[in-house]
Design a protein around this ligand. Sequence first.
Ligand SMILES: [Zn+2]
Length: 318
Amino acid sequence: MRYLPPMRIGSKYWEPIKEQLDIIFAQEIVNPLIATFIMLYPFAAEKEIWNAENYDEIIASAIRRGEVYFSGGKFKGKGNSKISKAFKELGARRERGGDWELEPSGLILEAIRWRRELNSAIAAALRGTLDSIETTASRSRYDVESGGAALAADKSLSESLRAISVDKQMTDEQRQTFRRDYTENMDLYIKGFMKERVIELRSKIEALSDEGYRAEKISEIIVDEIGISKNKAEFLASNETRLMAMAYRQRNLAELGFTRYKWDAIMDAKTRPDHAALEGGIYKYAEPPIADIRRGLRANPGILWNCRCRDLTIVEGK
Ligand SMILES: [Zn+2]
């Protein structure tokens, strides 16, 4: 049997698309959260009270700063030796979990009320930010420039066909269609991702109500979100480029009468068992085998995340 060289899509073709997605996710999701966060947590001015020797004031200050919070009749939080000493001096009882039990009164009670008001303002502002992310997602159109993906699809197929001296280049019309479809798909993925993030962020922020919306907890959520967005940008750019290039390849090979390939797995320690099992098998481009048994996903080689398998196109009737 004769084979064509497989599809090859270098990361340099989709990395500029990933960068565009990084910028979109930063502008639409992460930056609004950071802006809200900065606006709500300008607490540097508590220092003087912090230096006070009055134990009531020390605890009240810690409450206002969100380092200690009052929940379920107990004082919780990360605390430090100064806070512990103040609690002790005020006659609080230390619980096994590290919480302090003390009837709040005076300055401390005032601080709890103040912080409660602030917390509901924080919660409302964050909810508002998430609502506006959701609105933005449904109203915007995201025009990702996908020329690199079209180029990768074109180049990869041309190189494969050179092996049988067929000269095939993407026509202008094919290029336009490719880029339009790519951009339309990406627009949907971006919106889908933003909506999905809003749902998860709402529940993460909701869960902070018991912990008094501490600044460090909110910043943890934001830092996690940056990582999640970056991973998604990489996945979307890489996956969509491969998918579209494979669809282009499949259509054009079919016109030449080539509809089947041999599955070529790398077969090393990193090869997933599902793909090792497909190694050497003959499949049709139009009917990909199940390449992820657990999730029941059908895919041609090189399509699933991090898949290094290749399609050796079978040259028939030539
Ligand atoms: Zn694979």
